[in-house]
Design a protein around this ligand. Sequence first.
Ligand code: DUC
Ligand code: ZN
Ligand code: ZN
Length: 482
Amino acid sequence: MTHDLAIRGGTLATATETFRADIGIRDGRIVTIAEAITDAQDVIDATGKIVMPGGIEAHCHIAQESGMGVMTADDYESGSISAAFGGNSCIVPFAAQKKGQSLADTLATYDGRAAPKSVLDWSYHLILTDPTAAALAELPDVFARGVTSFKVFMTYATRVSDTQFLDILSVAGQHGALTMVHAENHDMLEWMASRMVAGGNIAPRYHAPSRPGLAEEEAINRAIALARLAQAPIFIVHVSTPGGAELVARARAAGGQVWAETCPQYLFLTRDDLDKPGMEGAKFICSPPLRDTATQAALWQHVQAGTLSLVSSDHAPYRYDDTGKFQAGRDVTFRQIANGMPGIEMRLPLMFSEGVMKGRISINQFVALSSTNAARIYGMLPRKGTLAIGADADIAIWDPTQTRIAGAMHDAMDYNPFAGMTVTGWPVTVLGRGQRIVDNGALCVKPGTGRFVKRAPIDLTGRAGQPVAELDRANNFGATLS
Ligand code: DUC
Ligand code: ZN
Ligand code: ZN
């Protein structure tokens, strides 16, 4: 049996083991894992390198208009290329419904943006901003297409009411789909931001105190309660507070169908980064906002303990110019500045360097946080997210000795919020379905190489969920709930 490609001499790392083996690839899939593979047409020498499943970037905004109507700087070409240079072999950005838009039209719009351009395999999470009865009736078709996760907002003009949230959770839950949520209490944010601005506190740095951690904690608590009542799984995106993470930990310890992530910006940056001269702080405006070093330490503990299943970039690229951050002008309050920062290429090198190299997490935890858990939660295992016979040969080969100082990335951005940081360990080769996407600093494929990934429902095995007494006919006088 010959192989199209063999990766030889490397140390393999999965979410559970680290071992020495060669990998043999045929027709884009892993077909052999053996001590030595000698019959391959093409060979990559991975001696001294770590061979891992390619990263899955499951929270990124690409070719998407924000709630304020600002288009991201990255399209699927630059976004996927930047992701690949950062060690990823698959991306799951958002397809955002506009008010009045059908879900079929929403997905068709994003297919048109992704298919001709993505160098990586991709899927979408659907953002539901207009959950009308007609839109909810379309959800089964969306699941059938393999889009098995949805995002809703508890803040912004695109927020859903608690009733709408319950309806979405309920329909999603019936189909095994996962509802993702941006959890911040809208009214608390509005009240604080108006007081800030009324008091003349308009510089970018006031973005942070205008969005108190308490607003996140309140919303996470409510989101978990709503999901419990709807008996549906939920995923809390970009957790930025110790209190929020503790609520997730508590629900999970009780068997709740609750998952969550944090992002590098909450582990590596603080609100002091917002306090730069002039408007420089605008580069660090993201929501939830940057917090403090005590928060960083607490979030690391939750990463280590497994409360937080993923560390995702929340890549939301708006340039430091009038196409992005300053689309409403420069003479504005922090409230008019576009919300979000880039990070799709830095996520994994930062986590490797600060996590694995500094002994905060094992290499296997790194693989879980960067790839395997995303594949499990978003219905892509065992095809993606692991090194196993039959899996897509989506592989990242890392040089653990390479040290770089973070600078310009391959995205379409004009700044890198992590610029100047020293990172040790860098992905040198990334394969997508056995094909070299990036190799030693060079892009090896044309736009459009990626394929849409049809995803399965979330695997709820081992998470029984938390009961609600009033849903039990023994406790509700035998009521029938329709
Ligand atoms: N939420 C996100 O998930 N990304 C960018 C901005 C936001 O509020
Ligand atoms: Zn969000
Ligand atoms: Zn986001």
